[in-house]
Design a binder for this molecule. Structure first.
Ligand SMILES: C[S@@+](CC[C@H](N)C(=O)[O-])C[C@H]1O[C@@H](n2cnc3c(N)ncnc32)[C@H](O)[C@@H]1O
Length: 242
């Protein structure tokens, strides 16, 4: 199965994160308050946010775990996109970036390791900007496991973290990694917002019929099981390195 985010990117659909382009605008406004310097985006997808960061006058690099997504983003944006998981940042040179941007990606990582790596590559006083879905308070490990299994079967990706981590857990893990939340906003239940489409459906389909067919199947499944429901909620935040 072509996973949902890969089919979407191949069809020119980006901003596949909670709150869509509007949430990115909020993150970029927070980023403007951080000191000058380069930005690392984790899991850039199509690269829409990376290009916005670049347009705001900052140099951007990216790290992406999926080889096809890394290639697609590199070809589309001309940016340096390293093919590696976020967790590999624990071995990268220290204090290299002014900001790290992660939209709908950290939920699928080994979060404590990824956060330790992010804290390592940030300079003190600089920050992680994130937009992600977390489990609602009171979600049991069994419910989270079952919902992720179902989401993987239907869409090729989990719904939220493997453990039933809530925003309170994320806050605690950010703190443990030395990242202090200075802005946090709950976007709402589920994963609000829709994708940004670069081109009309007919053009997208003609360019990549296999991805078009995959998306049709995914949308059909989604009709019967909308992602998110009452189990997850979405947050944006800026956490600054101490
Ligand atoms: C749901 S998509 C979001 C893409 C983009 N950030 C956006 O908002 O449109 C998640 C992206 O993160 C990448 N990803 C997932 N796990 C990752 C990891 N451990 N390290 C780096 N990238 C990862 C996926 O391959 C995908 O490109």
């Amino acid at each position: 199965m072509i996973p949902w985010h890969v089919a979407a990117a191949r069809l020119g659909e980006g901003d596949l994160h909670p709150g869509g382009a509007e949430a990115t605008r909020r993150l970029l406004a927070w980023m403007a308050g951080l000191p000058e310097g380069d930005v690392l985006e984790i899991g850039p997808g199509l690269g829409l946010s990376a290009l916005r960061v670049q347009a705001a006058g900052r140099r951007v690099e990216a790290i992406e775990v999926h080889p096809q997504m890394a290639r697609l983003c590199r070809e589309r944006t001309g940016l340096s996109v390293v093919h590696a998981p976020a967790e590999a940042l624990v071995t990268w040179p220290q204090a290299r970036y002014a900001a790290v941007l992660a939209e709908s990606v950290l939920y699928g990582t080994d979060l404590p390791v990824a956060l330790a790596g992010i804290a390592r590559v940030l300079r003190p006083g600089e920050g992680l900007l994130l937009s992600d879905a977390t489990w609602c308070e009171g979600t049991s490990p069994e419910v989270a496991r079952q919902a992720n299994l179902d989401s993987r079967r239907r869409f090729g990706i989990p719904m939220a973290s493997e453990q039933p981590w809530t925003w309170a857990d994320w806050r605690q893990m950010l703190g443990a990694a030395g990242l202090r939340l200075v802005h946090e906003e709950r976007l709402g239940p589920g994963s609000p917002g829709g994708p940004t489409r670069e081109r009309g459906p007919a053009t997208a389909w003609l360019r990549d019929p296999a991805a078009g067919l995959a998306m049709l199947r995914l949308r059909w499944r989604q009709r019967w099981a909308p992602r998110g429901g009452g189990q997850v909620e979405s947050w944006v935040g800026l956490a600054v390195r101490g």
